[in-house]
Write a protein that binds this ligand. Structure first.
Ligand code: SAM
Length: 229
């Protein structure tokens, strides 16, 4: 998979930022907070952990864990970074405009790398190998993103992705054309960027072990965790 979705990521997120937090809650039918709790538990963060959040966006995760853990955030979209900076989130100690596929950090800099809703916009192999490079041996990667419908719950999941999101997108066009773009683009991105099917193998090739995955909320998102060998 190439990085062809990156310009799309910029197109979607530049300008969307002011309404992003509301959009996230709507698009995920209020499930995002549970998925972020899942990630937090999986990552086992402590006050001492050196943590990188790839594609931190407006800092929704960092707001959730405010106090204690110190996180470095990077994002490819200038407006998202600016909005996160404006929030002055205590746990977000540093914010950088950077690409998750070319991380501006030295080898072995982090105990934990996190990422929410970013891998589908990236080349998964490139993202995994950069995460492996900046993690210390024994460090962990935990991420999740939307996955395409499959399995027994696929009909319900497809109804949400290809039905509900599109209907909301059409309705939103009248109120907020920029926000409507997100709803309308997302089903196509989810359909065309099947990142999770072979992600376990991708992680293994990048030098991870103890790899696991879990489909959350009937597979609407899939989470992966892995340890750098
Ligand atoms: C749906 S938002 C998620 C933001 C945040 N992680 C959250 O959970 O709310 C996806 C974010 O990934 C960023 N992004 C997409 N591709 C990226 C890349 N290659 N490197 C860094 N950030 C990227 C976008 O700019 C956007 O802010």
């Amino acid at each position: 998979m190439d990085s062809g979705a990156q310009p799309l990521a910029r197109q979607i997120f530049e300008g969307l930022s002011p309404s992003y937090d509301r959009t996230l809650a709507l698009v995920t039918l209020m499930q995002d907070k549970y998925w972020k709790s899942w990630l937090m538990i999986r990552a086992g963060l402590t006050r001492e952990s050196r943590v990188l959040d790839i594609g931190c966006g407006t800092g929704v995760f960092e707001e959730k864990i405010d106090g204690g853990v110190q996180i470095i955030g990077i994002d490819i979209t200038e407006e998202m970074v600016r909005l996160a900076q404006g929030k002055r989130i205590r746990s977000l100690t540093s914010l950088n405009l950077a690409d998750g596929e070319h991380l501006p950090f030295k080898d072995g800099s982090f105990d934990c790398v996190l990422s929410c809703y970013v891998v589908k916009y990236c080349n998964p192999s490139q993202l995994a190998s950069e995460a492996a490079r900046v993690l210390r041996p024994g460090g962990v990667l935990v991420l999740y993103d939307f996955s395409a419908p499959r399995g027994v719950l696929a009909p319900f999941h497809a109804l949400y992705v290809y039905g509900l999101l599109k209907i909301i997108g059409r309705a939103m066009r009248l109120l907020d054309p920029k926000e409507a773009l997100t709803y309308q683009a997302l089903p196509e991105v989810i359909r065309s960027r099947i990142w999770d099917a072979r992600f376990g193998e991708v992680l293994e090739s990048a030098g991870f072990r103890d790899i696991g995955s879990e489909r959350l909320t009937g597979g609407v998102v899939t989470g992966f965790w892995a340890m750098k060998a």
